[in-house]
Write a protein that binds this ligand. Structure first.
Ligand code: NAG
Ligand code: NAG
Ligand code: NAG
Ligand code: NAG
Length: 563
């Protein structure tokens, strides 16, 4: 790790210890929509995908950094888990599983990869690919990172297309009996390995053969086989159509011999909706895609629906160069949805590069969290935007704190707060230092425990707090199809929206492209009010009372009942 990463690591760990009780790996369970530990406390999966299913069957990056440095960097970046992919045939075809890393890269003429692994991980070069897979799991455990083993494909190689013969039960490379055998082998291989907390049965079911009857038949069979061989792991079932659709569960739940271990997974990328984001109005696309995601799987999270279960968004991500307009619009909407629903998730992906992918040697991964040389994050600002989602907002074990609201700004990954403790001006700052807000039935956004509310100024003016909370300019509506604009009416009757475009200052401006216009970017004006029971930031806890008194003294107001 670079010194910069070490410092980051320390600050992240410090924050973790302040905000969240760290629990050692122990079997996890599904309880209603939550994943919990054996005490019933929530464990939020904040994972990253790390690929080991491509042609070499070797986890990517061993030619760029020492294995232990890579696993330490995962935890330093705030992730508590890895979705580690594997190819079925590595575990069912001894002629594949027994070859060494050196033989595997030589077969593909990857001379640079071989010399890189010789430099950074010489001890691994002459181990079999299966042995290295186990060493990787063990190194993740040593770095306090949980592992979800994901059967990504049968035949080692890049995934996934409708016609690659690996898409659905009965395809050329997807024979149910071979698959059950491989799942059983992997589940029993890692029985008793405490960091292995889950198994994804199969990635992205798809193709011309896909159908619901076979989904129930074989997915239930696979689930039973895994549970029998390793009753400790969460059994994670993916949906149809490249894991974008679980809607059939609302009509017909799975029927299994065990409970409390069943989790569903779903994928959601910008390109899942083609070029809709780039070509449409961002507010309208966000609104329609969110409602579609809800009906295809999000419904599992609602306790009032017929079927409630944890939903793990096991793949999402963007081109981190910031140049893909479709991705840039999508990610703001995704982050708002993920925060509001407090999802468990796995980012795609960790790897900054591949030994070889689809015939391209040393391919750079523009969606990778790590840079091409694996020594540092590819894009620090993107990582910062994700970090607010790494801690749970709610759930069992966090509920002893009375709920309050955070106002999250996905474009920056920051939260709305006062400039200084005694300031009335609002800024965007780190969510770990958020103010606690209360969004009331009267549509006021109150600083919790005070009589201060957010008031809108005129166009381009600094957003501030005031005390005249009956006035129109303190009544905030969530508008547009995305419901991500916070708007109020100002003196002359015009509508303004909170705007983070001059971050850290938060101002009010004309509301941007609420509909129709597909050329403008409303992201600066997207805010999400998130209910949380997180411990209040330390500073607020200590100073809240004193501050309240100071405020009341500075701004006396007769006859006001203070909450
Ligand atoms: C590796 O190189 C040899 C000799 O140049 C060639 O015959 C073989 O086809 C190459 N293999 C691959 C997988 O590119
Ligand atoms: C899994 O391992 C435990 C010991 O850690 C053992 O008691 C149990 O029998 C094993 N289960 C299976 C199905 O092999
Ligand atoms: C379930 O509850 C949520 C909020 O708690 C609500 O938004 C949703 O409409 C409800 N759904 C049904 C089907 O009742
Ligand atoms: C990181 O992402 C931001 C926007 O998403 C972009 O503007 C910036 O150029 C990216 N940085 C690098 C190093 O790619």
């Amino acid at each position: 790790m670079t010194p910069a990463m070490t410092i980051k690591a320390l600050s992240v760990l410090l924050l973790l210890s302040l905000t969240y009780k760290w629990v050692a790996s122990s079997p996890l369970y599904a309880s209603s929509r939550w994943i919990v530990d054996e005490n019933g406390y929530r464990v939020k999966l904040a994972c990253v995908n790390w690929v080991s299913h491509v042609d070499t069957m070797v986890v990517e990056g061993l030619d760029r950094q020492p294995l232990d440095a890579i696993t330490a960097s995962i935890s330093a970046m705030g992730f508590n888990c890895v979705r580690l992919t594997w190819a079925l045939y590595m575990f069912t075809d001894p002629s594949l599983g027994s070859i060494t890393v050196r033989q595997s890269v030589r077969k593909l003429n990857l001379t640079d990869a071989e010399s890189g692994i010789e430099t950074y991980n010489p001890d691994l070069l002459d181990l079999s690919v299966i042995a290295v897979y186990k060493v990787v799991v063990s190194s993740l455990g040593s770095s306090n990172v949980k592992v979800i083993l994901d059967n990504h494909i049968s035949s080692p190689g890049w995934c996934c297309s409708n016609s690659d013969g690996n898409g659905f039960f009965g395809d050329k490379d997807f024979k149910p009996d071979v698959w059950i055998k491989g799942l059983t082998t992997v589940a029993s291989t890692f029985n008793g390995t405490s960091q292995v907390v889950g198994m994804s049965l199969r990635n992205e079911l798809r193709g011309p053969k896909q159908n619901q009857n076979d989904w129930y038949k074989y997915m239930q069979m696979g689930a039973e086989a895994v549970h029998k061989a390793n009753p400790d792991v969460l059994v994670i079932l993916s949906g149809l159509s490249f894991d974008t659709n679980l809607d059939f569960l609302s009509r017909n739940p799975v029927s299994l011999s065990f409970k409390e271990k069943i989790v569903f997974e779903m994928h959601w990328y910008g390109f899942s909706d083609g070029q809709a984001w780039a070509n449409g109005n961002a507010n309208q696309v966000c609104g329609s895609v969110m409602s579609s995601v809800f009906s295809r799987g999000g419904f599992l999270l609602t306790p009032n629906m017929s079927y409630t279960a944890p939903l793990f968004i096991s793949e999402f991500g963007i081109d981190q160069r910031g140049t893909n307009a479709n991705d840039n619009r999508y990610i703001n909407c995704f982050l708002a949805f993920a925060a509001e629903n407090d999802l468990d998730w796995a980012h795609w992906a960790l790897q900054g590069s591949y030994y070889i992918r689809s015939g391209k040697v040393a391919l750079d991964e523009t969606y990778g969290l790590l840079a091409g040389d694996w020594s540092q994050p590819r894009n620090e600002s993107f990582l910062a935007r994700l970090s607010v989602l790494q801690q749970p907002f709610q759930g069992p074990g966090l509920s002893e704190h009375s709920p309050y609201q955070m106002i999250y700004h996905p474009a920056t990954g920051m939260c709305l707060q006062r400039d200084t403790l005694l300031s009335l001006d609002l800024i965007l700052g780190p969510c770990t230092e958020t103010d606690a807000w209360t969004y009331t039935e009267d549509k006021n956004i109150m600083l919790k425990g005070t009589f201060f509310c957010i008031e809108a100024g005129g166009l381009g003016e600094q957003a501030r707090m005031g005390i005249f909370c009956d006035d129109d300019n303190t009544k905030w509506d969530m508008i547009s199809d995305s419901k991500l604009h916070l708007s109020a009416t100002v003196g002359n009757g015009s509508t303004v929206c909170l705007d983070g475009s001059s971050s850290p200052s938060v101002v009010t401006n004309e509301c941007k492209c609420l509909s129709k216009d597909s050329s403008c970017e409303p992201g600066d004006q997207w805010f999400k009010i998130i209910t949380t029971t997180r411990e209040m930031p330390l500073i607020s806890n200590v100073l809240a009372q004193k501050q309240k008194e100071d405020m009341e003294e500075a701004f006396p107001r007769e006859g006001t009942a203070v909450e």
